[in-house]
Design a binder for this molecule. Structure first.
Ligand code: NDP
Length: 517
């Protein structure tokens, strides 16, 4: 059942105001992130009328580029990475005039004088009122040196216009490095200036979780241990490490996916209603929820987590793929996990006794990010003396990507003289209901940062609390090397132990009925 109402964005929303006038300085602008995600996102903002007129981008990196060659490079890259179905030449040609470049190394003081001169010149030209958004598209190891030099050049002072910094993940590689990184950042910047980005939070489907929960009267009363049996979070990727073996081998799925994206989604699904939609009200509730997640003991880690690593197999597109240990850049004896599953508990009044299952992996059979809220079953006793022997539970599924929508599964009577039941789906699809352009998730984040709205960004305490949950798991995994890796083939649904984890509780992973393991 799909809704047949189609709304254009204009019908659904009044166009919001453009972001504040500003100069956006991208440190590391010659890198992968800038061409693949940032430029397409800024261009989408331009096309949607959300970029201020008084706006300029300055790219800075070591690469020997000039403003002209930077513009040329971005003009080529945007045609490859734009997310829009048709390319708006006019919008791009207008936008490209606002791109500038200054070449320099982050540890070279002279480079910052050049940067300061260019900022001063463009601030006058574009009338950006001294507002500067610094985007750290760089490894975290250079944040300190960049911040130090900005201070030296007087570029961090908010006396004349706001100064904000967007920090990319990873926010540390373990609890202690996250605390150190936060200390370093807060030594230079105040919390209101720091925007730690997790682009998952920018996805419409993730943002809609809060709207869905708190704008509909029928679900929130059921959203607790009295009615919910369990909750599942699944982030399944079909891609392997795709040439990023060197990076991934130091990370693994717990650091790369669970500790950040999945814990953030968990907070949205399970947090208490905030007092308002103001940034701090939402972030306070997220922090409270994260604090209530039970920290695992080593015994819990052994019993309630599973890790896996892919071996050779056929990808979902039918092509053969080597095992993880044969991937370029990966240690041939690596025990880095490319798959993980875990069962968590939330020790608060609302969720006591409701298990939360998480599962994520690379090289799986299907690309899917979804969240399942499974309700307690209706009693079957009423149907005694009928052909109905069991009643499957109602399931509410949030499809985050690539499908975007919400699905409610319930039982209906099959037409006919006997009482037979069949589960059916009530399905809302974003694609069918709205003509919204597909974004990268970065659009809203950059736009919100221009407006100073930090709702979607992670605060210091949230980042550290997420690491408090992940660290004991990583500690046990590190001290007890994985046995039997690789333990699942490319193109499968992960190791058998992941099925055992949930099946021993009498439950099963969502989507398992129609996908071969
Ligand atoms: P790249 O390695 O592709 O790019 C890094 C950029 O930083 C390059 O432009 C490089 O300049 C510049 N750089 C590094 N060190 C210096 C230095 N000392 N002085 C001047 N410039 C320097 O990295 P990505 O773009 O992929 O990633 C950047 C950050 O974003 C990382 O923290 C990454 O974890 C994060 N991230 C990346 C994602 C992605 O999809 N790529 C997704 C999410 C987060 P040059 O090339 O000129 O040397």
């Amino acid at each position: 059942m799909a809704t047949n109402l189609v709304h254009t964005p204009e019908e659904c929303t009044e166009r919001p105001p453009a972001g504040d006038p500003c100069i956006m300085v991208i440190f590391g602008a010659a890198g992968d992130l800038t061409k693949r995600l940032l430029m397409p996102a800024i261009y989408n903002l331009k096309c949607d009328g959300l970029l201020p007129e008084k706006f300029a981008v300055i790219g800075m990196a070591r690469k020997d580029l000039t403003t002209d060659s930077f513009r040329e490079k971005m003009s080529t890259d945007i045609r490859e990475f734009s997310t829009r179905s048709t390319f708006d030449e006019g919008a791009w040609n207008d936008f490209v005039e606002h791109l500038h470049y200054t070449q320099g190394s982050f540890d070279d003081e002279g480079s910052y004088s050049q940067l300061a001169d260019l900022i001063g010149k463009l601030d006058g030209e574009y009338k950006t009122g001294g507002n500067i958004l610094f985007y750290m598209a760089t490894p975290p190891s250079v944040f300190g040196i960049i911040s130090d030099n900005l201070e030296r050049m007087g570029l961090r002072s908010e006396e004349n216009g706001w100064k904000r910094i967007i920090v990319e993940k990873p926010f540390g590689t373990n609890l202690s490095s996250a605390i150190d990184l936060n200390k370093e950042i807060l030594q230079y910047w105040q919390e209101h200036q720091v925007f730690r980005i997790d682009h998952y939070m920018g996805k419409e489907t993730v943002q809609n979780i809060l709207a869905f929960r708190f704008a509909n009267g029928i679900f929130e009363p059921l959203w607790n241990r009295n009615y919910v049996d369990h909750i599942q979070f699944c982030v399944a990727e079909t891609v392997t490490v795709e040439g990023r073996g060197n990076y991934y081998d130091k990370s693994g799925v717990m650091r790369d996916m669970m500790q950040n994206h999945m814990f953030q989604m968990l907070a949205y699904i399970c947090m208490e209603p905030p007092s308002s939609f103001a940034s701090e009200a939402i972030r306070n509730e997220k922090a409270k929820l994260m604090e209530a997640v039970r920290i695992m003991t080593p015994e819990d880690v052994r019993n309630h987590t599973v890790r896996g690593q892919y071996g050779p197999g056929k990808k979902s597109d039918g092509t053969d793929n080597v095992g993880y240990r044969e991937e370029p850049g990966v240690n041939p004896e690596s025990s880095t996990e490319t798959f993980a599953a875990a069962k968590l508990h939330i020790d608060n009044w609302r969720w006591d006794g409701v298990p939360i299952y998480l599962r994520s992996g690379k090289a799986l059979g299907k690309k899917d990010t979804e969240i399942l809220v499974e309700f307690k079953k209706a009693p079957e006793v009423l149907f005694r003396n009928t052909p109905v022997t069991s009643l499957p539970p109602n399931q509410l599924v949030f499809h985050i990507q690539p499908d975007q929508g919400i699905q409610l599964k319930f039982q209906t009577k099959v037409p006919g003289p006997t009482m037979k039941m069949q589960p059916v789906n009530m399905h809302f699809s974003y694609g069918e209901a709205f003509e919204a352009a597909r974004g990268t998730g970065y659009e809203i984040m950059i736009y919100d940062c221009m407006l100073g709205d930090a709702t979607l960004f992670s605060r210091t305490d949230l980042v550290e609390q997420a690491w408090q949950i992940a660290q004991p798991i990583l500690d046990v995994w590190e001290s007890e090397p994985a046995q039997g890796f690789p333990n699942y083939p490319v193109g499968s649904w992960g190791p058998k132990e992941a099925f055992d984890l949930i099946e021993k509780d009498g439950r099963s992973w969502l989507g398992m009925s129609n996908i071969a393991t």
